[in-house]
Every structure is written in C-alpha cells, then in structure tokens.
Design a protein around this ligand. Structure first.
Ligand code: ATP
Ligand code: MG
Length: 310
C-alpha cells in the first residue's frame, strides 16, 4: 500500500458503519463533521488528488474487465446527490460509467418483485454504475409511506409484520451474491442536517437560477424528517455488512461531502486493485512478428519504430 492509499483508507474510517453496530443517526454522526481538513482550499487539493486516483484506477478496471463497481447513493432532498456525482466523476472516462436515477416505480415495474428494476440497471464488468437512489428506497420511502407498499400488490404472506426484517435480509443476500461475483458495492448516505436542508430550500427559492430545482413536494416530505431519520438509522444498522458496508458522509458542507464520497469510491477501487491484463509468451511472440512486419514497412528516412526506447 502506498502512503497515498494509506491516507485515503485512514480518512474514510470515520464514515464507516461497523457491520453489526446499532446506529442512531442523530447520536452517532455529525452532518457538519470535517475532521482535520480545515479549509476549502485544502479540500479542493485533496479532491483533485482523489479524482486523479479514480481516473487511474478506472482505466485499469475497464482494461481488466473482471470487476464492476456499484455506487449506491442515498440521501434526503437537497443533500447534494447530483453535485456529488458531477464532481466526483469528472475525471473518469464516460464510456465506463453509467448513472441511473430511480423514481416512483411505474406500473410495469410494480408488476415485478421489488428488486427487479434495480437488477436491470447493474453495472457490468469493467464498469462503474451509480444508483442515484436505489433499492434502499424500498425500505425507506416505502416504510415512511405505507400506502406505497399497498401499491406493490404483495401476497398477504409477504406483507406481514416481519416485512422489513425480511427485506433487510433479502437485500443483504442480494448484495452478497453480487459482491461474490465481482460487483463491488459502495454505499453512501449523504447525511444532511435539518437546518442545512431548510437553508438550501430557501436558496432554491431566492436565487432565480435555482428555482427549477425547487419542489414543493420536497418541502412536504420534510415533515417526515424524524420518520426518515429513524428509517435510515435502521437501514444503516441492519444492512451494513462486511461485503457491502455503509459510509455516512457528512453533507452539510458540499465541498467536504465531495471529498469524502470520492475517497470512499477511490478506496473501493484500491481494494479491487485492478491490473492491466498481461499476455502469455505465445501472444507476445505473435506481437513481435507483427512488430517486425510493421518495421519493415517504414518509409525511407522514418524510424523503424519511433516508440522503441533509445
Ligand atoms: P432531484 O429532485 O434532484 O431531481 P430526486 O432523486 O429527488 O432528484 P425526484 O424525481 O424529485 O428525484 O424524486 C424521486 C422520488 O421517487 C423520490 O421522492 C423518491 O422517494 C421516490 N422513489 C424512489 N424510489 C421509490 C420507490 N421504490 N417507491 C416509491 N417511491 C420511490
Ligand atoms: Mg427531488
């Protein structure tokens, strides 16, 4: 491990939800936390470093084509999901990245089991896929608004008392299957304070260029703040696993949230440690034959092979 890699691994430790621990968001995580990074300027430098690292690893991930990375982003409204995606993924090759936003399920989606639509959007080998909202909505918004569960037309046996316990278990097992088969899952919860959400909503009202982002529905949803905090606390407690741990990203400062999210994703890639494929001696020999043929075609005065060292 290089010193840069060690620094990143140490930095993200504070955000990790220890599998098996019982979390209460308000007690255990501070949305305004900024650890030892004191200035935005220092933050920007770190973010740039993280972005370089991500780009470097993504190239190798793509070349190796064995692992994929699924980034799961969950948050309350105005926590900065879109901005985080935009900033963190700036350096990567768009060909290897996909973003999918999950909205209220369509009637076609409701014809299927609750995990169906998420499975359809998973990243393939070599790819980074981002879920902007995810299967966790099924144990968050659906839990906070029981009428959404009604629309899922579940058989009576699947609607009973143990439904959330069962869903946590099913989600954990689904993620275990994916991770065993090469899809690494990175789960980020952008943790915003109620007061910071209030000021961000006001900003969207006050600044004309931001009006388009304002939604009265978001303000109505704010009335369920404490229900969401409880639901998130349960999700974090029950679905942070060794194979797919949750990271709680302090989101009151946008610049800090971006560094933290970038670091967690970079760390996941470091853990995969993808390598450029190497070739065996037969393939090497074949390459050399082609090289000789190409060198023989050099026009008069041109170097036979301008890339050859020396
Ligand atoms: P933005 O507002 O920045 O565009 P967003 O993610 O808030 O992003 P919206 O279209 O405003 O997008 O909201 C999507 C809505 O869909 C959210 O309120 C979310 O809770 C809801 N939703 C997502 N998944 C489900 C689901 N499985 N069941 C019910 N509602 C869901
Ligand atoms: Mg919204």
């Amino acid at each position: 491990m290089t010193s840069r890699e060690r620094r990143i691994a140490d930095f993200i430790e504070a955000f990790r939800v220890e599998p098996g621990s019982k979390i209460r968001l308000s007690r255990d995580f501070d949305p305004a936390f900024r650890g030892t990074i004191h200035s935005k300027k220092e933050g920007r430098r770190l973010l740039a470093e993280g972005i370089d690292l991500l780009a470097e690893y993504q190239t190798r991930l793509y070349a190796q084509h064995t692992h994929g990375v699924l980034v799961v982003l969950q948050a309350l409204d105005a926590a900065g999901k879109d901005g985080t995606i935009r900033h963190v993924m700036t350096g990567v090759n768009p060909q290897g990245v996909s973003v999918h936003s999950f909205k209220v399920p369509s009637s076609k989606e409701l014809e299927h089991d609750y995990l169906w639509r998420y499975g359809l959007q998973l990243p393939g080998r070599g790819e980074i896929g981002i879920f902007n909202r995810s299967h966790y909505e099924e144990v968050l918004v659906v839990r906070v608004h029981p009428e959404l569960l009604e629309r899922q037309r579940l058989p009576r046996s699947a609607r009973g008392k143990g439904i959330w316990r069962h869903r946590f278990h099913e989600i954990n097992e689904w993620e275990r299957t994916l991770s065993r088969n090469g899809i690494k899952i990175v789960k980020l919860f952008l943790n915003l304070s109620k007061e910071e959400q209030r000021t961000r909503f006001l900003r969207r009202i006050d600044l004309p260029d931001h009006n388009w982002k304002f939604s009265a529905a978001d303000v109505r949803e704010r009335e369920y703040w404490s229900d969401y905090q409880r639901a998130f606390s349960k999700v974090l407690s029950r679905t942070s696993t060794e194979w797919a741990p949750w990271y709680v990203i302090p989101a009151d400062r946008k610049w800090y949230a971006r560094i933290a999210a970038g670091a967690v994703i970079a760390n996941a890639l470091m853990e995969i440690d993808p390598r450029f494929p190497t070739i065996d001696s037969d393939a090497r020999k074949a390459l050399l034959e082609v090289k000789n043929a190409l060198e023989a075609q050099a026009p008069k005065g041109a170097a036979a092979d301008p890339f050859e060292a020396g």
